[in-house]
Ligand binder design. Structure first.
Ligand code: T4K
Length: 379
């Protein structure tokens, strides 16, 4: 898959992630030339409609609105839920900033609940004690594509009359108990950013089984206009370009291969690092193998000191790893001193290693040797 890129713009030889691209560009070029000839560039053009249809069919999703990115998808989803403004939203501190920033952007208050140290998702057993009279929703993240405790969270939401938003930014192609994981809760979002296992450069989507909610999302996406072009609400411009949709159509053909490839990388890493895993010197995320897309390879080290040393040695070898996710979001100034000791601890010790189409067995051997050398040095 792919050719060796001798000079990535970053100066690294091996990046932590790289867009998974369809090397067969013939379909892409044909689609682009159709866009060119049609003079139809945006506002729900044929390529976007085709892409949405392909998603609905491929993943058996009834409704999807493809938007400019995952962050705007989150903001649109929150807006479409019509929640009482100013309320508290229960969320996880262990994720990308987008979930917390969307909560704040939409005028709500994040109420952080600590994570499960093994699954790295919000700990459902701690949600209920964080609910108060101002709580309006739960925004949980399927971290690194690992489904949350969906049944437990649903029961809590039902008992307390709360809405559930799932940030499934990482979870494209993940099936949970017979259906796509994005179909749980009231609404879910995806990200199709360049760093995701399925990418359109920039992109995202809102997915829900609730038709009325999706109607609001479609209007929000198009500046508040309904299909009759009447202004029915305050919206934003979240529409994607037809050219972006062409990238999306082309890359959708290889997403299954990319997931398969990343699963094989996971196995190689696991084998290479098995002695350290067995000795408890490093830890991996706990997940169900059939409900995971292997898009990231996070490894939990024993201390931040070891992490920094590993990262430094990787850099010296022109290999880029990334501290997803650091810091724990409750520690930012918008976290208002809420305490989440497990997330704070894991955030300091977790490192994502290169996992994409161009990572080879040889790369994994080099990376594993580097980790072993640092871990063993600490004895
Ligand atoms: N929810 C969650 C749970 C998320 O993780 C994210 C985003 C969102 C919501 C919001 O979705 P978006 O609004 O982003 O669609 C990246 C991404 O920008 C971000 O999408 C992602 N999560 C986050 C986890 O990671 P950086 O700052 O790590 O990207 P950067 O520039 O350091 O690139 C990472 C690696 O990828 C490097 O090795 C270079 C390589 N790369 C990058 C790009 C952009 C390429 O090889 N080609 C490229 O085009 O943020």
């Amino acid at each position: 898959m792919g050719k060796i890129n001798p000079k990535p713009v970053t100066g690294y030889r091996l990046l932590v992630s790289e867009p998974s691209m369809n090397d067969d560009t013939s379909g892409f070029l044909k689609n682009i030339s159709e866009v060119w000839d049609s003079r139809w560039m945006s506002n729900g053009g044929p390529k976007v409609l085709e892409l949405e249809e392909k998603f609905r069919t491929k993943y058996n999703i009834p409704n999807i609105a493809i938007v400019v990115n995952g962050t705007v998808a989150l903001q649109s989803a929150l807006r479409a839920l019509n929640l009482p403004k100013g309320g508290n939203i229960i969320t996880t501190p262990f994720t990308w900033m987008a979930s917390t920033s969307s909560i704040l952007w939409e005028g709500f208050k994040p109420r952080f609940v600590d994570i499960n140290p093994y699954t790295l998702n919000i700990d459902a057993s701690k949600i209920e004690e964080a609910i108060d009279e101002d709580t309006v929703a739960i925004l949980a993240v399927h971290v690194f594509s690992n489904p949350c405790e969906i049944e437990k969270i649903q029961k809590i939401a039902n008992r307390n009359d709360l809405k559930i938003i799932y940030d499934a930014a990482h979870a494209v192609g993940v099936n949970y108990k017979g259906k796509d994981v994005s179909l749980y809760g009231d609404v879910s979002i995806h990200s199709y950013h360049a760093t995701k296992v399925y990418n359109m450069g920039e992109g995202g989507s809102v997915i829900s089984t609730n038709k009325k909610l999706m109607e609001r999302v479609y209007n929000i996406r198009n500046c508040g206009l309904n299909s009759n072009k009447e202004i029915v609400r305050i919206g934003t411009n979240a529409k994607i370009h037809e050219v972006t949709a062409c990238i999306g159509l082309t890359n959708l053909e290889v997403v299954d291969d990319s997931i398969k490839h990343r699963r094989s990388l996971y196995k190689m890493y696991f084998d290479s690092l098995s002695h350290l895993i067995k000795d408890g010197r490093i830890r991996l995320q706990k997940f169900k193998p059939d409900s995971y897309n292997y898009s990231y390879f996070p490894v939990i080290l024993e201390s931040e000191k070891i992490l920094l040393e590993v990262n430094e040695l990787l850099k010296e070898n022109l290999i880029m790893a990334r501290r997803y996710f650091y810091p724990s979001l409750n520690e930012l100034k918008w976290g208002h001193n809420q305490s989440c000791p497990i997330s704070e601890d894991i955030s300091k010790r977790i490192l994502c290693l290169p996992s994409h189409d161009r990572v080879t067995n040889e790369d994994i051997k080099i990376i594993s040797d580097i980790i072993s050398s640092v871990v063993n040095r600490e004895d």
